[in-house]
Design a protein around this ligand. Structure first.
Ligand code: GLY
Length: 369
C-alpha cells in the first residue's frame, strides 16, 4: 500500500503526494483527472529522458488522448526564459489547450521550469510533478514554487502555482550519481536543523542505511522531510513569514552557486551556506561554540563540503545582496537558535555575513601555515 501526504490550504485539500517504488501507478493516479480526454506533455531534460521517459510513456500511452515528450538540455543553465519560450512554442505546435496537462519528469530545474510554463501557458494549465532527484523529492516539487533564473538572479521570475499531484518513485533515487544524491541530503539535514532535532538525530543514526540507499530508509527520509515542508507551507504558502526558514543556508549558498557558475551542486552550496549561517548564529550568541562545530562537522560524513577555496569573499558578499530574500536593503537571514529551531533575522550586518563567508573560505595562505 503506497503512502500519501495531502497538502491543504485553508483546511481544504489541494494536492496529494504519493510515494511509490516504480512508475506503475502513475496512470491510475492520473485517471482521477480524466486524462482519457486530455493531451499530456511530459517535460524533462536530456539526462532524465534517457533514464525514465520510455517507462513513463509506456505506462501512460494508452490512457490519454495524446502523449508527447519535450526534453531540454540538462543543467541549471537551461532554467531561463528561453527554455520557457521553446516549451510554449512546442505546446502551441501540438495544439495544447487549457484542459490539457503537463508532467514535469526530472529534478528541480525541470519541475520549476515546467511549473512556470504551466502557470502561464493559456493563463494556467494543470501540471503534475514527478520528481526524480532527492533534492526535488524533498524540496522543490512540494509547495508550489515555480520559476526560472533571470541574469544573475536565481529564481527571480516565477509564480506560486500548485501541482495537481506529486508522484514520487522512491526507487529513482537509486540511479542518482553520488554527488547528486548527497546534494539532496543537504536539504534533508536542513529540515532537521530548522524544524526537528529528533529528525536530525534520526538522520545521523541512519547514516549507514542512507549511504546504502536502503529503500525503506529512503522512503522514510523523503516522507519525513516532506512532512516538515508540509507543516511550513500550509501555514505560509506564499512566504509572507515563516516559510522563509526553508531558505536556511541559501543566502550564502545561492551566492556561491552563482559565483562558481553552477559548477557546484545546489546542495553542496547549501551545506556551505548552512555552515556559514551556523557560524553567524554562534557569533550572535544564539548557538554555543560546541553546537556550531557539531553542526559543521556533521556535513562531512554525508560527503558535503564545509569549506571552499578559490573564491573572492567580497564578490560572494556582493552576490548575497542580489538574492531575492530581501526586506528593503536588509537580508532576511535565517539563523539557528538550536538544532531544530530556526529564526528569521533581519539584523545581520554585512560584516557578520563577511565573517561567515571567511569561516568557510579555505585560502591558499591557510594551506601554507
Ligand atoms: N525551497 C524553499 C521553499 O520551497 O520555500
Amino acid at each position: 500500500m503506497s503512502q500519501r501526504l495531502t497538502i491543504n490550504q485553508n483546511n481544504k485539500p489541494i494536492y496529494d503526494i504519493v510515494y511509490e517504488h516504480d512508475f506503475e501507478e502513475l496512470a491510475n493516479e492520473l485517471a482521477a483527472f480524466d486524462i482519457a480526454d486530455k493531451k499530456l506533455c511530459v517535460i524533462t531534460d536530456s539526462k532524465v529522458k534517457g533514464l525514465y521517459a520510455d517507462e513513463v510513456c509506456s505506462v501512460l500511452k494508452d490512457r490519454c488522448k495524446m502523449l508527447v515528450v519535450y526534453a531540454f538540455a540538462d543543467g541549471e543553465q537551461s532554467k531561463n526564459l528561453d527554455t520557457v519560450k521553446d516549451i510554449y512554442a512546442f505546446l502551441i505546435e501540438n495544439k495544447f489547450e487549457r484542459n490539457d496537462m503537463l508532467l514535469a519528469l526530472g529534478g528541480g530545474v525541470v519541475g520549476d521550469t515546467t511549473g512556470f510554463v504551466a502557470a502561464t501557458y493559456l493563463r494556467g494549465v494543470d501540471f503534475v510533478q514527478i520528481p526524480t532527484t532527492l533534492l526535488a523529492q524533498v524540496d522543490s516539487s512540494v509547495g508550489g514554487k515555480t520559476g526560472v533564473d533571470f541574469d544573475q538572479y536565481k529564481n527571480m521570475v516565477g509564480a506560486f502555482y500548485m501541482p495537481k499531484l506529486v508522484y514520487m518513485n522512491i526507487a529513482a533515487l537509486k540511479t542518482l550519481d553520488d554527488r547528486q544524491y548527497y546534494s539532496g541530503i543537504a536539504e534533508v539535514m536542513k529540515y532537521g536543523l530548522i524544524k526537528n532535532a529528533n529528525f536530525y538525530e534520526w538522520i545521523i543514526d541512519s547514516m549507514y542505511e542512507i549511504h546504502e540507499r536502503d529503500i525503506e530508509t529512503l522512503e522514510e527520509m523523503v516522507l519525513k522531510s516532506c512532512t516538515y515542508k508540509k507543516i511550513v507551507v500550509e501555514k505560509d504558502p506564499t512566504e509572507k513569514g515563516e516559510r522563509a526558514i526553508l531558505n536556511f543556508g541559501h543566502t550564502i549558498g545561492h551566492a556561491i552557486e552563482k559565483y562558481k557558475n553552477f559548477e557546484l551542486m545546489h546542495g553542496e552550496c547549501v551545506a556551505l551556506g548552512s555552515v556559514a549561517a551556523a557560524y553567524i548564529s554562534w557569533q550572535k550568541g544564539l548557538l554555543t561554540k560546541e553546537e556550531y562545530y557539531e553542526i559543521r562537522d556533521m556535513f562531512v560524513p554525508f560527503n558535503l563540503p564545509i569549506s571552499i577555496d578559490k573564491i573572492n569573499p567580497e564578490e560572494i558578499l556582493a552576490l548575497t545582496a542580489s538574492d531575492k530574500k530581501m526586506e528593503g536593503d536588509r537580508i532576511k537571514f535565517i539563523l539557528l537558535k538550536k538544532v531544530g529551531k530556526a529564526v528569521i533575522d533581519t539584523s545581520v550586518t554585512k560584516d557578520e555575513i563577511k565573517a561567515g563567508i571567511h569561516e568557510i573560505y579555505f585560502s591558499e595562505e591557510d594551506w601554507d601555515e
